[in-house]
Design a protein around this ligand. Structure first.
Ligand SMILES: [Cu+2]
Length: 474
């Protein structure tokens, strides 16, 4: 029997509580060793190969992880100092990109662009005070297909003091598929046919590293699931069956609640979903993007009813820079198949395009505005896609001229999704937006800190075969 869950604010309290009361629970809700630094948090991220048995496999797989837990889930307070020291014990150079967090440019974790790559044996400390509450994640920004394929990612929850007492259960549900065989060996993480089309899919589907894990809740519990799509390829269609589960935050940012069933979560996108647990039974989170919905996680209701609460499930409004649409400049970004851009080819010849075998692809299948990022590395920068002025408002009109979806991600900025002519999209804040074939999706934002902010597709094989560029803010 599971007791109603008290609301615990401190990471230590929450960890103790979870260890005791939620034995059936699926995942570490908090980070391993974190030590307080003022009101903030310090963590060590030791990137290393760690063998781990994946569901249904006969032998452990060679995962790359930041710690012993998978998925690693860090909880920090909004605005409090956060320091994460990455120690690289991999054979590859690496960095940590804090996806969706409006970090200072030098902390954005793009090798050669915001910092030198962290070489094997080296360390680098990321320091920032997360300005916005929400559900974020972190991962490397080079050789990403293999790194993510082996699990190198973690979840960052930035807690909002304004949410205190709002939910009885607050859990991360990290979705990720694995390209793994029965003997635990990984299949090729990327294929040419996948990269040139919808991407290369994993066969083993998991939530929090498990097959259809169960989360125990009490009747009447106010449940918040922080669903994070860590997969580099798959875009599940959220399906909660008859349960009126509502999306209360998109990419971590509070929104006017809308029905979760039918919301498609592209790679890198997050949805915070809230509902009140029914009196009994099971709530199943499934992927409806299939002939028959594929179950991903089950929320099992049991035990004594929770005390009724009338507090709204909606979150306090997001506090983000609001773009001025009357004065905004509109820039078109055409997402197209790869083409040989004479300027880029000339640039590549002139610069000799470094042959760093760990971070280079010569396959070009995709482009933005007919420019294909030459190789997946960032050793030398091609010209920017556009030059922006700090503090000015911009509308990006994203035209998808391909037959595939593209979840487009802009670093360092949270943008307003304005919508598209062909389909109804609730206006919301995001850092990654799914653009469907032939669609013209409009997003708007205020240009932030000066820097070269990456803009790319988060189907990682598309990113690594051309669909990447950057916006220069000065
Ligand atoms: Cu794409």
């Amino acid at each position: 029997m599971v007791a109603p869950t008290p609301h615990l604010r401190s990471p230590i309290g929450r960890r103790r509580f979870l260890a005791g009361a939620l034995a059936a629970a699926v995942l570490p809700a908090v980070a391993p060793p974190a030590r307080a630094e003022g009101a903030g948090v310090r963590v060590a991220l030791v990137a290393r190969e760690r063998p781990r048995l994946l569901p249904g496999c006969a032998a452990p797989s060679l995962l790359w992880t930041y710690g012993e837990d998978w998925p690693l889930a860090l909880r920090v307070a909004r605005g409090a100092p956060f320091a994460a020291t990455l120690r690289n014990e991999l054979a590859d150079h690496t960095t940590v990109h804090w996806h969706g967090v409006r970090v200072p440019f030098a902390m954005d974790g793009v090798p050669w662009v915001t910092q030198p790559p962290v070489l094997p044996g080296e360390s680098f400390t990321y320091r920032f005070a997360p300005p916005d509450p929400g559900t974020f994640f972190f991962h490397p920004h080079c050789n990403t297909m293999e790194a993510l394929g082996r699990g190198l990612a973690g979840v960052l929850v930035v807690e909002d003091p304004r949410d205190a007492g709002r939910f009885d259960v607050d859990r991360v549900v990290a979705l990720k598929d694995w390209r793994v065989r029965a003997d635990g060996a990984f299949d090729a993480f990327s294929t040419d046919t996948g990269a040139a089309r919808a991407g290369t899919f994993g066969d083993l589907r998991t939530a929090n590293g498990r097959r259809v894990p169960e989360i125990a809740v009490a009747p009447g519990d106010r449940v918040r699931l922080r669903i994070v799509n860590l997969d580099p390829t798959r875009a599940p269609l959220l399906d909660f069956g008859p349960v009126p589960a509502m999306v209360i935050a998109t990419d971590g940012n509070a929104c006017t609640p809308f029905r979760a069933t039918g919301w498609r979560l592209g790679p890198a996108m997050r949805a915070d979903v809230a509902f009140v647990a029914p009196p009994r039974g099971t709530v199943t989170l499934a992927d409806g993007w299939a002939a028959a919905p594929v179950p991903l996680a089950r929320i099992v209701v049991a035990g004594a009813p929770a005390a009724a609460s009338r507090a709204p499930l909606a979150l306090p409004p997001a506090e983000l820079p609001v773009p001025d649409l009357r004065r905004a400049e509109t820039l078109e970004m055409a997402l197209l198949a790869g083409s040989s851009d004479p300027d880029i080819e000339k640039w590549a010849r002139e610069t000799g395009m470094s042959a760093d075998a760990l971070c280079l692809s010569r396959r070009i299948f995709w482009s933005i505005n007919r420019r294909a990022w030459p190789g997946q590395g960032h050793e030398r920068l091609p010209p920017p896609l556009a030059e922006l002025k700090r503090g000015r408002s911009y509308v990006l009109e994203l035209f998808n001229g391909t037959p595939h979806i593209h979840p487009m991600h802009l670093h360092g900025h949270t943008f307003r999704v304005l919508g598209t002519a062909g389909r109804t999209v609730p206006p919301h804040w995001a850092d990654t937006v799914l653009v469907e074939p032939k669609e013209r999706m409009r997003i708007a934002f205020v240009a932030g800190e000066p820097g070269d902010w990456m803009f790319h597709c988060h189907i990682i094989e598309h990113q690594e075969s051309g669909m990447m560029g950057y916006l220069r803010v000065s």
